[in-house]
Design a binder for this molecule. Sequence first.
Ligand code: G3H
Ligand code: ZN
Length: 299
Amino acid sequence: MPLVSSKELLEYAQQAHFAVGAFNADSMEMLQAVVEVAEEERAPVIVQVSEPTIRYAGLALPAGMVKIAAAEVDVPVVLHLDHGTSLEQNAHALRAGFTSLMIDGSRLPYDDNVAVTRQVVQMAHAAGIPVEAELGKVLGQGVSPNEVRAAMTDPEQAAEFVRAAGCDSLAIAVGSIHAMTGREAELDVDRVQAIARCVRLPLVLHGSSGVKHESVIAAIAYGVCKVNVATYLRQGFMDVLRAEMAACPDEVDFRKLFAPAREAAKERVREKIRLFGASGRIDGHGGFRSPPTLRRSPH
Ligand code: G3H
Ligand code: ZN
């Protein structure tokens, strides 16, 4: 199928109370893992390209690969810019055919975050493309529990932010930390619920690799519709790659080593898609299954 926008997809997920897996595709192998499993699971999927990946591989090549991979399957695939940090980066992604953008102004003072998000929204909406913004800060590894708590999203400020900025979905800070290699983080689920009461938009969970599964499930029940996963897939890929290299130290055909690593990443994508309740949501024609199979009120 051609790439789809995240707008209708996240609205459908919100209505049906599941979350779309948003997986970072840092290489061709990771992209294949994500898209192949999405098709096998009949799940919609968001393929994310981040600024570090753009620095590594450029913009046109990853964008082109995602378009081709999407065209080969009959489930909806979104091409999303992950953690775009400027209007310029978002403009480049828009021109390259991304069907979903993110402006992460969470490190900026509140008013500056509103201002840059508004600018990106105006540009993207003129082209019919939705925008994810972030309020509160999802921090990185090495931070203290107090820092994580202090960076959490305030529900009332979130309501004011989405009104002022006009974004289509909101990444929230509720206890997750980017790039954790263990799964020990617990989310402040009451806060997710409070934000969902104030903000009627699809909510996004970043840094999910380190979050306990029970917490992820609870967050989805309260309004998280997009869950970002990167580290957990990389770990699965690299564990197998390291083992293969140790087992075959003289191998020069890297494809022989990458193939089993890609299989390991696939199984992790599958685990997450099932956890998020996204399996089986797409019918044999590539459309949303209707009516949604899960209908639970978050309130
Ligand atoms: O934006 C990407 C994510 O938030 C991924 O976080 O590497 O902790 O899974 P993670
Ligand atoms: Zn993130």
